[in-house]
Design a protein around this ligand. Structure first.
Ligand code: SF4
Length: 65
């Protein structure tokens, strides 16, 4: 089942780590200079997205409730 993920963009440093780890779900919003979520996370992507959560330097990525 697809899960939702959120970024607190106020805390995003635009390090691009999440985009490198899971480009299927994250991309850089060049106009904002922040990362953004482009789709819900499917079962095959959960581990990669969890890596992105664990790697984000400001801990601003989280699973949505
Ligand atoms: S890993 Fe975190 S700080 Fe880095 S671009 Fe992604 S959301 Fe922003």
């Amino acid at each position: 089942m697809a899960r939702k993920i959120e970024i607190d963009v106020d805390e995003c440093l635009a390090c691009e780590s999440c985009v490198q780890l899971c480009p299927e779900v994250f991309e850089m919003d060049d106009s904002e200079g922040k990362a953004r979520v482009i789709k819900d996370v499917n079962d095959e992507e959960v581990d990669k997205v969890q890596d992105a959560i664990d790697t984000c330097p400001t801990e601003c990525i989280a699973w949505a409730e």
